[in-house]
Design a protein around this ligand. Structure first.
Ligand code: ADP
Length: 630
């Protein structure tokens, strides 16, 4: 302030009651996250510069026309002083009184009211809540504000206070346009006069402020608010640099979505999908990755509410002018505007991914390999967007090669005439699924089946229920409604007289006996209309529960047995079944026949991926072999 001559007409004024109340809390109750005062003051400076930029477009007659629009921060470690100065719009005497002596901001007033009614000890909340200019008193024993309005004819003033009830205002000569805030630090807060510390704080919270921020003359914010710029003004290189800064990574993003919208909400968003899914490495759950800005000022890093949880793989920035600067995590949760933004962005991201999927299949496949788990999580957890998310799903399928996954729409587009539903089956691998009994009926009818390989997949399918009007049905369901098989003209193969299919009476007697032998192992034994080769198959009477889901539930919940819930379907055209039924009619060794029946059931369970009773099974197989070798 060299050359500035302070006149002796200092006037002492009382703070408004609410300000006293606020200052009291700020000074006496906040001990954490104090560094946010830097963000608050820089954001005020940034606003002041922004305002000046606007008025200078309209009026030409103003003070210090040609000085650079910037923020200068000076640290004086020796005298424990931090100074933040801008060349913005400045304040007149009247404005000083109104702005720094009263609370005009409705958000702050509301905040105070809540504090008065609520739990005053929750100081962390206070710290997270922006208290604007007054936050300087968290660290200051005294604050001086030297300011000069841009309006020609206005002179400069000094505002000064120790935060304890009153402040003084005095005229000052020789100030240039803008505002200088001089913070005399309290002893326990001397750290805020350390250059490296201040630089770190500025980089963390204010790096994208659209004006140069210089700390002791050195440019400190490196990257501009490119999300508010026009797309064609930004190179790929710049986008990627921004992404790397944002995510602290060295790689480039896979997808990038840069949006700006005026209706229904004013917002700019720059969002990325990383080239790697860190959750895959078992490094724990990803944090939300989107920072919330209002007018280029960071108001919430890694905001939780701005996107649904399953979109935690999205990194980037969302900036809306409509958002108040002083939004806390709590108010964010209840903010209607944030809900609106979240809904809007979620839709846009999903449709963006859908477009990308059709634009470049291979690239999308890469994305799918890495991030499918999040999309599936969304299908289960976000009913509002489930139909849209289902379009993003990709599956292995009996109708295409291993490396060529299909979408539900593709599947539906090539469904057979008369086919009513989309069919899927869960199994550990393509080979195992194809070797199992569930595929027989579909193979015979040339109906495509989606192969699901992850335990979560069946939960996803049962959550979706229906896609484009077609039900999604697990191929291990008992009541499959498959179209009839085209009968071959010549009556197909003619088996030996002995091995002719069982008659309805024989089937009835046989299934009754089977059920008696199996007891609680199954809920029912019935004739199968689906089997072609295998003697038997274990199926589910419950549409909402596939065998794969049962396995998951059994693994995570000891009390969930699922035993006895299966229906065993038997194939009356299969040799093993026919001979077993006929031998029983002929009065063969009951003990041996029972062993065979039990083994048929256990084999069906094994094929379903359910563990049988291994000890019993091995003994039993040896017994059967012994008998066969007699
Ligand atoms: P808010 O910024 O949320 O309105 P503050 O308490 O931080 O609340 O500031 C109150 C007012 O003081 C601002 O609205 C602005 O008009 C004025 N003000 C604060 N800092 C500056 C500055 N650096 N330059 C000009 N005006 C300022």
């Amino acid at each position: 302030m060299s050359g500035a001559e302070i006149k002796q007409e200092a006037q002492s004024l009382e703070f408004q009651a609410e300000v006293k109340q606020l200052l009291d809390i700020v000074i006496h109750s906040i001990y954490t996250e104090k560094e946010i005062f830097v963000r608050e003051l820089i954001s005020n400076s940034s606003d002041a510069l922004e305002k000046f930029r606007l008025v200078s477009l309209m009026e030409t007659d103003h003070v210090d026309k040609d000085i650079a629009l910037e923020i200068s921060v000076t640290t004086d470690e020796k005298d424990h002083i931090l100074t933040i100065e801008d060349t913005g719009i400045g304040m007149t005497r009247q404005e000083l009184i109104e702005n720094l002596g009263t609370i005009a901001h409705s958000g702050s007033r509301e905040f105070l009211k809540r504090l008065a009614h609520g739990d005053n000890k929750d100081t962390q909340l206070i710290g997270q809540f922006g208290v604007g200019f007054y936050s300087a008193f968290m660290v200051a024993s005294r604050v001086q504000v030297l300011t000069r309005s841009y309006k020609s004819g206005e002179s400069g003033f000094e505002w000064s206070s120790d935060g304890s009830g009153s402040y003084t205002i005095s005229p000052v000569e020789g100030l240039r346009r803008g505002t200088r805030i001089i913070i005399h630090l309290k002893e326990e807060d001397y750290e805020f006069a350390r250059e490296d510390n201040i630089k770190k704080i500025i980089k963390q919270y204010s790096n994208f402020v659209p004006f140069d921020i210089k700390v002791n003359g050195q440019q400190t914010n490196t990257i501009r608010a490119i999300w508010t710029q026009n797309k064609n003004e930004i190179t790929d290189q710049e986008y990627n640099e921004f992404y790397r800064f944002l995510t602290n990574s060295f790689s480039d993003p896979v997808y990038r979505l840069h949006l700006s919208s005026d209706a229904p909400i004013q917002l700019n968003a720059l969002l990325f999908v990383a080239g790697e899914n860190m959750e895959r490495f078992g490094l724990g759950r990803l944090e939300p990755g989107v920072n919330l800005y209002s007018r280029k000022v960071l108001i919430q890093p890694k905001a939780r509410e701005i996107l649904p949880e399953y979109m935690r793989f999205i990194k980037g920035v969302v900036d809306s002018e409509d958002l108040p600067l002083n939004i806390s995590r709590e108010t964010a949760q209840n903010s209607r505007l944030i809900k609106k933004i979240s809904k809007f962005l979620t839709r846009r991201i999903i449709s963006f991914l859908e477009e990308e999927a059709s634009r470049d299949k291979e690239k999308y496949q890469n994305f799918w390999d890495l991030f499918s788990v999040f999309i599936k999580e969304g299908c289960v957890s976000d009913p509002d967007n489930r139909d849209q998310l289902a379009k993003l799903l990709r599956f292995q399928s009996s109708g295409s090669q291993e490396n060529n996954m299909v979408s539900l729409s593709e599947y539906i587009a090539r469904m057979k005439d008369g086919q009513e539903s989309v069919y899927y089956i869960n199994g550990p691998s393509r080979q195992i699924i194809e070797a199992g009994p569930y595929m027989e009926a579909f193979r015979e009818r040339d109906i495509e089946v989606l192969y699901l390989m992850e335990p979560v997949d069946d939960f996803v399918m049962t959550a979706i229920v229906e896609f484009q009007g077609k039900k999604l049905i697990s191929a291990d369901q008992s009541d499959l409604d498959l179209p009839p098989v085209n009968q071959k003209e010549d009556g197909a193969e003619s088996p030996d007289i002995d091995d002719q299919s069982l008659s309805p009476e024989e089937v009835k007697a046989f299934t009754g006996w089977m059920k008696e032998v199996l007891g609680d192992m199954v809920s029912e034994v019935q004739i199968s209309r689906r089997l072609v080769d295998s003697p038997a198959v274990a199926v589910n009477p419950d549409r909402m529960m596939t065998t794969s889901m049962q396995r998951v539930l059994q693994a995570t919940n000891r009390d969930f047995s699922g035993i006895g819930s299966k229906v065993l379907e038997i194939n009356p055209k299969n040799k093993v079944i026919i001979r077993l039924a006929r031998l029983r009619d002929a009065g063969a060794d009951e003990e041996f026949l029972r062993s065979c029946a039990l083994q048929i059931a256990d084999n069906a369970f094994l094929a379903a991926g359910l563990p049988g009773d291994r000890l019993k099974m091995i003994d039993r197989i040896y017994n059967i072999m012994g008998k066969a070798l007699e």
